[in-house]
Design a protein around this ligand. Sequence first.
Ligand SMILES: [Zn+2]
Length: 335
Amino acid sequence: MNKGISYFGSRLPEHVFPDLKKIKDATCTYVVHTFSEEDMMFYRGNMKSIVAETKKLGMKAHIDPWGVAGLFGGETFSYYVARELGVRQVTSEGRLAPLACLNNPEARNFMRSWVDAAVEIGADSIFWDEPHFYVPGWFGFSEPKSEWGCRCGVCKKMYRDMYGEELPETMNPQVIAFQDECLISFLTEMCAYTAEKGCENTVCMLPNEEVRDSGFWRRVGSIKHISSFGTDPYWIPRKKADPKFNMDSFLRPFCREVRYVAETNNIGGHIWIQNFHIPAGWEPDIEQVASIAVEEGITDLTAWTFYGAKGMSSLCADQPEKVWETLARVYSSLG
Ligand SMILES: [Zn+2]
């Protein structure tokens, strides 16, 4: 069984090393270390020693481009996008959004320089964390759900070259197909570059049911040089919003598709367990999620994030210690 946990917030070895020991004692086999643009610019040496200590304890180090260029998940900002304004995604409303376009060759060059830095600090694997086009709601605008990106000059030209017509202003199946191709192209290029450096690739896609059921994940899983595919079906918002929420019907389809993608491509398959925003009294959900995933044949579980997110007040669980104790107990029971 592979068992992981994400870690961020502290970069002081005297504080991080005891945390890594706790993570090891919870029987984790790997740590997903966030490596933001800020880490890359100001904490590279600290990250090198944190990664070295992770390995010394017998765990693997997965390195996450957390919020880098705004293209991935992460509660952090992109200095790159603030500096290189021309790389920004353009939405269907004409808004210039604070994330780079993954089709922009300059943004891809920047991502290659990030991979170089991640390899330099000792990455065993790059964890491609929720790569995405513009997601309405993520930047705090009160935009309609139908607003989408990207309609930048690079995307418009690519679309014209591919379909011989202009990129529409309204989302439609052909635009979805175009964006799927773009994501595949981006990940293919990034994973090949990482593999050249002797490093593995792990990919996590956002838990969108429509995308999952479209078969797109199967294409992502078949990208060369990917060693594990997964998703992060965080259930707390759903459970809060729906009094009839049923964990089995929510979670099992995600586990089944991840397992299918993993088995058909002969790679690993992982499921993220929510360990943030857990309300008091809901800690047993963690055990329930882990046992459903294991029943569905998932052999790699990982959790966001260390110690019930106590290190980040905007994500912190009501009882972070209890969340961590629950996860550690569940992990230890899995062998
Ligand atoms: Zn674009």
